[in-house]
Design a protein around this ligand. Structure first.
Ligand SMILES: [Zn+2]
Ligand SMILES: [Zn+2]
Length: 137
């Protein structure tokens, strides 16, 4: 009988973590933990939801992925680290990436007189096409 040495356990958890990172980075849907779990389990059958939660937390702490708060519902994860804006559907929670809003004329805002703007974030909220259609029918 082979005993699991700390080394093999470590290697296994590294493999799990890089798979989970891969899933988040390749999904543009800002998946929540359960969606990450569903996709990752196709590659590692013995993965548990708890492991996914734990690894997502570590990846956020390491700055490799970001947490996105979706309209008061579950936490979703974003593999895109560059500053960008989101459109969030307030009905289904779907998040769409927006390229950075190109023009922000800070000097024209009297409230910002004397400030140096270094970054900004603008999130849009509303109904996605699917929810709009459902509401009409
Ligand atoms: Zn929607
Ligand atoms: Zn995003």
């Amino acid at each position: 009988m082979t005993k699991a040495t700390p080394e093999t356990t470590e290697r296994r958890s590294t493999r799990q973590r890089s798979l989970i990172l891969d899933v988040v980075q390749h999904s543009h849907a800002h998946p929540d933990a359960e969606e990450v779990y569903r996709i990752a389990r196709r590659k590692i059958a013995l993965l548990s939801l708890g492991t996914v939660y734990r690894n997502l937390r570590v990846l956020v702490e390491e700055g490799l992925i970001r947490e996105v708060q979706s309209a008061g519902k579950v936490v979703r994860y974003d593999g895109m680290l560059e500053a960008h804006s989101h459109f969030q559907c307030t009905s289904c929670g779907r998040i769409i990436d927006l390229p950075r809003v190109p023009k922000f004329d800070a000097p024209k805002n009297p409230e910002l007189k004397g400030c140096e703007v270094q970054d900004f974030k603008l999130d849009l909220f509303g109904l996605c096409p699917i929810c709009r259609t459902e509401r009409k029918s």
